[in-house]
Design a protein around this ligand. Sequence first.
Ligand code: FSX
Ligand code: SF4
Ligand code: F3S
Length: 379
Amino acid sequence: MIDYKEIDFRLKMLEKLPSLKSNNSIVKALENSGFTRRDFMKWAAAMTAFLALPASFTPMVARAAELADRLPVIWLHMAECTGCSESLLRTDTPTIDSLIFDYISLEYHETVMAAAGWQAEENLENAIIKHKNKYILMVEGGIPSGDTEYFLTIGPKGKSGFEIAKEASENALAIFAIGTCSSFGGIQAARPNPSNAKALSKVTNKTVINIPGCPPSEKNIVGNVLHYLLFGELPSLDVYNRPKWAYGLRIHDLCERRGHFDAGEFVHSFGDEGAKNGYCLYRVGCKGPYTFNNCSRERFNQHTSWPIQAGHGCIGCSEPDFWDTMGPFEEPMASRKFDTVFGLGADSISDKIGIGVLTLTGVAIAAHAIISSTQKDKE
Ligand code: FSX
Ligand code: SF4
Ligand code: F3S
């Protein structure tokens, strides 16, 4: 059960800590960017619902966001494309999410900091010493290891990414793996994994909260920070250490095309009549039935769109090893075809399914059973 008093106590403790940022309050920073207090409270209400908290928590979520500058953050880049940072920072207009992120005390982030070379390396070392056991570590990217550890060499002293990630993890208060690469290895860990890239959780013995997605949405990144500010402890996690508030349901569960799946209405090739009618993308490879994430509910870029709305199936980007296990991306997976109570693969009957309570229930139950057993296998 959520203890209101405990959170209030935690926020009061945070309020007593000095701001790590210069003079400006978040409210002022938002005002300067054209957001009113009302916009901020609306955002806080949306974040409260997003974090699956009761609406009465809205003022606390707002307070937590205002205290984001009490939390030193060190953000490391390993082997990756920087899409995770871009997801958060490169909106065409600043959003409240990106402003909150600006407002946290980002002690080190290679993409946004001015320093380079020796100066950058010194900044990182100093930040680790200064905020020892008090900072949040966020890591983006897979981490080359073993004989190929130095395939990722960072900075003038020639340290490996592995060494840096290990040292930063050992001195962190909490550790978040941002993106699928850091959570599970990602693209550089795809077969044949030439650099022996690993997930952050394989580099440290400490608990790592995984926020996968290639990239994850800006909301999942900021929501995770807010959750930590509010509770100061681990959220409820699934078997892959993903917070359940974000990764508890499948893409398929809340997909806007789900009605077409249940009615047996499918896109057969990109650009066909079905595609124009917004039919289900299962037959052109959608992996939404096997993928746990909140994209169908939250979308990307201020709720504008998401892969399936844009007309392509989900490729399962928040699942472990999706590059190897979810392909081919534009065909259904032969080994994990959807089965039904009728004992037929969904592919053979999908076009014949009509809307009917029995059919709908059957598909839903069978799908659930398959996903659950797959999850259990993975466990
Ligand atoms: Fe990986 Fe993030 Fe994909 Fe890219 O850095 S999750 S390749 S979007 O950017 O780590
Ligand atoms: Fe949506 Fe894909 Fe499920 Fe179809 S298969 S309903 S497109 S998630
Ligand atoms: Fe990734 Fe699928 Fe969402 S591809 S972005 S988990 S819709």
